[in-house]
Design a protein around this ligand. Structure first.
Ligand SMILES: NC(=O)c1ccc[n+]([C@@H]2O[C@H](COP(=O)([O-])OP(=O)(O)OC[C@H]3O[C@@H](n4cnc5c(N)ncnc54)[C@H](OP(=O)(O)O)[C@@H]3O)[C@@H](O)[C@H]2O)c1
Length: 254
């Protein structure tokens, strides 16, 4: 698999995302929060989707206080979201927005860190539901709104363990392999028939709650803050990546 990065020293135009409407899942915390704030700073109207209302409201307030375009807020638990929820979400958004110009699939759960031999089925199912099935449902039902955009970008969030399997990463690693596969299938389907580009982005080790849970012995400052890895998130979401599709990116240079 070829892995790409954003152009070295990528410097986006400060109105890169002006006039665009973007949906970010898991927008209340970690990398999703940083991406939502960053996208708003570059001019986008951001639809903040997540499971914890209070966290989403804090991001909403932060965007408003900094003078960004008025965001929208969708409280949805992807662990329990069903097809009807996603159909309703899509029709609600279609009533409010003419098109959707970007979708960042960021929400994810780590699940159990243990051998397959002792893995629990319900924990396995939850990881697959949030990290894979919910991505399918959201993508499937938001595609009409994305197709209405003059140029849209879908970004899937991958991981190093979604490219090379590693012991004890269980459902999480398998879900990220599935995410890479989903990205390739969708990109291939849309390549010649629509103006939607579809790519995978591995943020790399980043100082968030998920990383601290996965590596409790690691000093958190070993890794960059989510705000420090936003160049690739901007590159792939904005029109500097027009024509780039079906690729797997790393947000951090190794
Ligand atoms: N941090 C890393 O080093 C790293 C490395 C590789 C890949 N990643 C990937 O990057 C993405 C973001 O991770 P992160 O490190 O920012 O993790 P995080 O700090 O744990 O944030 C995860 C986000 O997903 C949301 N979420 C979790 N379960 C959800 C559900 N059932 N419904 C709706 N939203 C849900 C969380 O909402 P709440 O805050 O409300 O729980 C939170 O906003 C994930 O896909 C992760 O796999 C991270």
């Amino acid at each position: 698999m070829n892995i790409y990065t954003a152009p070295a020293n990528y410097r986006p135009h400060n109105k890169l995302l002006q006039g665009k409407t973007l949906l970010v899942t898991g927008a209340g915390d970690g990398i999703g929060r940083a991406a939502a704030l960053c996208y708003a700073r570059y001019g986008a109207t951001v639809i903040l989707l997540g499971r914890t209302g209070g966290k989403l409201e804090a991001v909403y307030d932060e965007i408003e206080a900094s003078g960004g375009p008025k965001p929208a807020l969708v409280e949805l638990d992807l662990a329990t979201a069903n097809e009807e929820n996603c159909i309703n979400l899509a029709s609600g958004l279609a009533g409010e927005f003419e098109h959707l110009d970007g979708l960042l699939h960021n929400a994810g759960v780590l699940g159990e860190r243990r051998p397959i031999e002792s893995a629990g089925y319900s924990a396995w199912q939850e990881v697959m539901q949030v990290n894979v099935n919910a991505q399918f449902l959201l993508t499937r039902h938001l595609l009409p709104l994305l197709k209405a955009s003059p140029s849209a970008s879908i970004i899937f969030t991958s991981s190093g363990v979604g490219r090379t399997g590693r012991a004890y990463w269980g459902a999480y690693a398998v879900s990220k392999f599935a995410t890479e596969g989903f990205c390739q299938v969708l990109a291939s389907e849309l390549e010649n028939t629509s103006k939607i580009r579809v790519n995978c982005l591995n943020p790399g080790a980043t100082n968030t709650a998920m990383r601290r849970t996965a590596y409790p012995a690691e000093h958190p400052n070993t890794n960059p803050a989510p705000e420090d890895i936003m160049a690739s998130y901007l590159f792939l979401m904005g029109e500097d990546s027009l024509g780039v599709t079906g690729r797997s990116f790393d947000a951090q240079l190794t």
